[in-house]
Design a protein around this ligand. Sequence first.
Ligand code: ZN
Ligand code: ZN
Ligand code: ZN
Ligand code: ZN
Length: 436
Amino acid sequence: MCSKLRISSADRQEMGKKSKRRGVNAGKKSAVGASRSNGRCGGDETAIVADADSRALALPQAPSVSTNVTPITAAAAAEQLGSMSLGESVERKVAPEDTEKKDDEALAKLCSGCGKKSDTLKMCHGCQCVWYCDKNGADCLERHREEHEKECRRIKEVLDKRGGNLDVGTEIDIGPLEKLPPQEECLICRCTMPIYERLQMYYECCGNIVCRSCSTMHISKTGELNLKRSRDLEREVPPLPVVCPFCRITLRRSDEEVLSLLRKRVELKDPYATCELALLYGYGSRGLPVDQERCVVLLREAADLGCPRASSRLGSCHDFGEMGLEQNKDEACKHWKKAAEGGHFYAMFVHGNYVGLSGDHVAALRHFRLSAAGGHRGSMGTLMTCFFINGFLRHRDLAETLQAMYLARAEEKSEHRDEYNKLLKETGEYNDPYDM
Ligand SMILES: [Zn+2]
Ligand SMILES: [Zn+2]
Ligand SMILES: [Zn+2]
Ligand SMILES: [Zn+2]
């Protein structure tokens, strides 16, 4: 009865464009430092990829979708869903006749290209999921094409197979999109912090985190200033040191200095510093000997202090039997769950896989949906290829999630970050399969 559906790596590939997010999932921007590592994706992601690829979500058999679908009647849909094992949390409601119209109206509010509200928005006819400013106003559709292309094509293929029907009648009512966990912003550029940890920079001197592009730009600006001073004074002057933009302590630090600053912050119960120090021990960095036991102790400490990043690391260690821990999927699941509850978008994705495999596909759907809405592309891929294609996710719910994802990703974008990330990708320093 069950069909095995793979979440292939091809399902998580795409890139982004620019706009600004306002109004959707409001209530963002937590106090800096309060939930330091919220929603951040682990640097261990590459380690997970292989495993995630091999995970197969056992979904209930979907209704076969032919090119000439006669819409399934409400009664037939209810009967079909009634025979499926969808887990405990499912509420099987058949949508009333007029819901589609109302939801379409509710969705048609924001341009996915620029984030603006307008009365003259035009729907993308391919996927019928997103809206753009009228051509007379701005070229939002064109600018957003690269970001939207792959999702648009994939959704359109499904709709075409359904003879243009948005839904097949077996979709599950999963309720409204949950509110996103609070997101931090970079203290320098004020854009939402990238969800991928490798794109963040932690200053162990004062415990502040900025985006890596700002941190790099800050260093190069000091260099430019030094050149300018020499030019202005028409002689060689001793260069100004590169200092932390917040506490003005020099950033050229020896390993001993870094460790000493980190340890001070660990004493202050800084969750992020505790997690950082744990990883230095785990991998024997900064001149430390490899000490996996110490790494795990510190990771647990950081997780207890409310660091979702540390929880996700523990999940990963239990998942693969790393850092001297035994492979234990139950333990792994607990840590992934904790990280997901802390707002870690990648952990939501992994935990979604766990609960999906355990049979609760509705809970899985909710995890993937929230994670995608936070900007995680892998989760969007799963929503499309495991749930929407097979008639479990309503088109309007997919559309709502897709719009939220674009807005979340737009909030993370700036010209400077785009440039910087492109450079990182070219040099192979950053190639996250979930971010492409
Ligand atoms: Zn627009
Ligand atoms: Zn489209
Ligand atoms: Zn920044
Ligand atoms: Zn500092």
